[in-house]
Design a protein around this ligand. Structure first.
Ligand code: HEM
Length: 455
């Protein structure tokens, strides 16, 4: 670790060892973000700086640092400036990161409007139907790669809840392939050089153009037909800016892609990890199962999402899986005004980083942090008492607006599956593939199922 002298009495931020002259620590980071961030914390402590090509980054860790990070005003630590470069080619110009702050906040509010509790209940039932459809052709017993299964189910569920039944029914392999190309275009390299003339970025651009065409056509049809839908598209068609202006088709497509993007992969990976962790811990799974049976017997007539609101054991199982396997391991902000924290000053133009891959494993916050132990979130222990300790969904004003929806999806999918089948883990590794942006289990990750006999 190397330090430096600073001006005006601010302490020098320790610099992480290693890194080349030209690209700094980029090669190591690109080879495995998770290991890199953990090394940075292990060697640098609660504040440490490193360089990714031309960008100077400062990783700050611990609940207090996270609070300062998430609570900093937008004109000091900006998320738009941090993500604009990599995300604008995906969602298009004039969307979310590529707009002034007021428009950004208004667009976020419009998406929040499409995720109101009443709508979530409806989506919950739609997702239950999708899940039943996904397993309709399963036999009495068999084996599936659960990550593949979830990727597909979550994509269909997203298509249904975002764009309605007819779009979902016409969702062709083309839609899945386009989405795949778009997603592949967001990688560690895209944060630095999003427009390099590489095939992966060319495919991303072509996919966006085609998706704009497909979804834009749907939006126009819906507008002109005047027939309301029961999906998020409808919420966005009805949304208005404060000056009364409606969103145009380009904006609607951009926001829908943003929602699809924010929700799809993170939810499918988180559901996969929850399934794996529950199967690895049969004692805890038995509690989740007893709760499911009890809830279903007691509230047989209610909607599915409502029913699952009270599923505390499942809730904690999901939260603990998210703690151990946070899908998004690095949040970034660009410093627009000097950011001062703990006697350190981070100058304008640098990037500040917060990472659940570090914060979720701090020994001073979590008891035996490597252990799967959902009771840590129970009323007796409340290890997540500090709202900035568990940051799988971020925090502050940019906290995930899809969090409740994500929980509903995960609970509905898992409960629907468990009500029809018993599952068993196989001999695969089920280890995290720690070289990607969203950390899924290494494939294959097969699990076995057996249809339950009617009681
Ligand atoms: C397990 C699933 C999910 C996880 C772990 C997750 C995680 C996160 C995190 C960490 C952030 C904050 C990023 C930052 O501060 O830089 C975020 C923001 C966001 N998420 Fe999620 N998310 C999930 C599901 C969803 C779903 C299902 C949706 C919508 C359908 C969604 C929509 C959003 C949006 C729109 C934002 C941006 C909020 C803002 O910038 O103010 N997310 N999510």
């Amino acid at each position: 670790m190397t330090g430096e002298t600073t001006l005006r009495g601010w302490k020098a931020i320790p610099k992480l060892d290693g890194g080349g002259l030209l690209l700094g620590h980029f090669s190591e980071y690109n080879g495995g973000m998770w290991q890199f961030l953990q090394r940075a914390y292990a060697e640098g402590g609660p504040i440490v700086r490193f360089r990714l090509a031309q960008n100077d980054m400062v990783l700050i860790s611990g609940p207090e640092a996270s609070e300062a990070f998430f609570r900093a005003p937008e004109d000091q630590l900006s998320n738009r400036e941090a993500y604009k470069k990599s995300q604008t080619p995906v969602f298009g110009p004039g969307i979310i990161f590529d707009v002034p702050l007021e428009t950004h906040m208004e667009q976020l509010q419009m998406m929040v409007g499409a995720l109101k509790p009443q709508a979530l209940r409806r989506y919950g039932d739609q997702i239950a139907a999708e899940t039943r459809r996904a397993v309709a052709d399963w036999g009495e017993e068999g084996e599936v790669d659960f990550l593949d299964f979830m990727g597909q189910l979550a994509l269909y569920a997203s298509a249904r809840t975002l764009l309605g039944q007819s779009f979902r029914d016409d969702t062709t392999d083309e839609f899945a392939a386009l989405y795949h190309d778009l997603e592949a275009g967001v990688n560690p390299l895209s944060y630095l050089f999003p427009n390099l003339p590489l095939p992966v970025f060319r495919r991303r651009d072509r996919a966006r153009e085609r998706l704009v065409e497909l979804i834009g056509r749907m939006a126009t049809r819906r507008r002109t037909s005047g027939e309301p839908g029961d999906d998020m598209l409808q919420g966005l068609i009805e949304a208005r800016y404060q000056d009364g202006r409606a969103l145009d088709d380009e904006e609607i497509v951009g926001l829908l892609l943003f929602l699809l993007f924010a929700g799809h992969h993170s939810t499918s990976v988180a559901t996969t990890w929850t399934m794996i962790e529950l199967l690895r811990h049969p004692g805890y799974l038995a509690r989740v199962e007893a709760e499911r049976v009890h809830l279903q017997n007691d509230h047989a007539t209610e909607g599915y999402a409502d029913l699952l609101r009270g599923a505390e054991q499942l809730n904690r199982g999901i939260q603990e899986s998210l703690r151990l396997h946070p899908p998004l391991i690095m949040m970034m902000r660009k410093v627009m005004r000097p950011f001062r924290y703990g006697g350190y000053e981070i100058p304008v133009g640098k990037f500040v980083v917060q990472s659940p891959a570090v914060g979720h494993f701090l020994k001073e916050v979590w008891e035996d942090p490597e252990r799967f132990d959902p009771d840590r979130f129970g009323p007796d222990r409340r290890e997540d008492d500090n709202p900035f300790a568990f940051t799988a969904f971020g925090g502050g004003k940019h906290k995930c607006i899809g969090m409740n929806f994500a929980y509903i999806q995960m609970k509905v999918i898992l409960s629907t599956l468990f009500s029809q089948f018993e599952f068993e883990i196989g001999e695969d590794e089920y280890e995290p593939a720690r070289d990607s942006l969203i950390i899924a289990p290494v494939q294959p990750c097969r699990i076995r199922y057996r249809r339950r006999r009617a009681a």
